[in-house]
Write a protein that binds this ligand. Structure first.
Ligand code: 2HA
Ligand code: ZN
Length: 269
């Protein structure tokens, strides 16, 4: 069977980047079994010929009306699929979907009728909001970074911007490359409306949200940008934990050092 990627270099490159990031998630130990999700808005890469491709699935309900997604196209990881498999075979472990004109349902158009992630409604709700805001962000990533999840088991870290300040102060790069910090969503059942709502709320202010005792959800300009932000935060969390393992509380950079960084890098906070 011919893949949708054949003869479409821009789409092939995009899916290649998704597969590359899926590999990093697995290599980092952040994507056990079917853990994590990736959803990317690929509408800009869809040409007229692709728009006329027939559906290869029945019409499926999203579960909510998302008015800004009419006629949009997404690459979505498949439900129950493994990141480590997606890294090697992205079109067998994910699929391309088209949102129908009712803004409440979709069809799969390629390559295989792989059912998208169980978290599709929450990922699509985030994309709906991003488009509504006129944002250039195209990717959402959910994964299970070990050290950040470990830190979320401490209630004292779950206050607003408590963890952000600790993580920023571990290494100068973190504030430079994750300048909005880390939002917090209190524990809620995976896949629940409550978790989706809390995530949407936090994403108004942050690019990355820590789901207490579960993982992170990030938005990015593209999938690599979303990954990079999770990666720098995770690096800071590792440094914090290494210092604690050596038996001391890390000093962290001083307020003055942080202020200097913010000024030099023209950071928003
Ligand atoms: O889709 O990680 O939380 C797999 C998950 C859901
Ligand atoms: Zn998860």
């Amino acid at each position: 069977m011919k893949s949708i990627l054949e003869g479409r270099p821009a789409l092939e490159k995009e899916v290649g980047q998704i597969a590359e990031v899926a590999g990093y998630l697995w290599q980092n130990g952040w994507a056990e079994r079917n853990g994590g999700n990736i959803t990317v808005n690929i509408t800009e890469l869809i040409d007229d010929e692709t728009r006329s491709l027939p559906a290869i699935s029945e019409v499926k309900a999203i579960g909510e009306i998302l008015p800004h997604l009419k006629g949009k196209y997404f690459y979505c990881k498949g439900t129950g699929k493994r990141m480590r498999d997606l890294a090697r075979r992205p079109m067998e472990n994910g699929s391309v979907i088209r949102i129908l004109d009712d803004c409440a349902s979709y069809v799969i158009i390629a390559d295989n009728p792989v059912q998208p992630t169980s978290e599709l409604p929450s990922h699509l709700a985030v994309h709906n909001r991003l488009i509504e805001k006129g944002s250039n962000y195209k990717a959402t990533v959910h994964t299970h970074p070990i050290e950040l999840i470990a830190m979320s088991h401490n209630k004292a870290f779950m206050g607003k911007d408590v963890l952000t300040k600790i993580l920023w102060s571990m290494i100068p790069e973190t504030i430079a490359f994750c300048p909005l910090g880390l939002g917090i969503a209190p524990y809620a059942l995976p896949g629940s409306v409550e978790l989706a709502k809390a995530t949407l709320k936090e994403l108004e202010e942050y690019d990355v949200v820590l789901w207490e005792k579960h993982g992170v959800f990030a938005k990015g300009l593209d999938v690599m940008d979303a990954f990079d932000q999770i990666d720098v935060l995770s690096k800071s969390a590792k440094i914090y934990l290494d210092a604690k393992c050596m038996g001391f509380e890390p000093d962290g950079m001083t307020e003055e050092q942080m202020k200097e960084l913010s000024e030099v890098f023209h950071l928003p906070k």
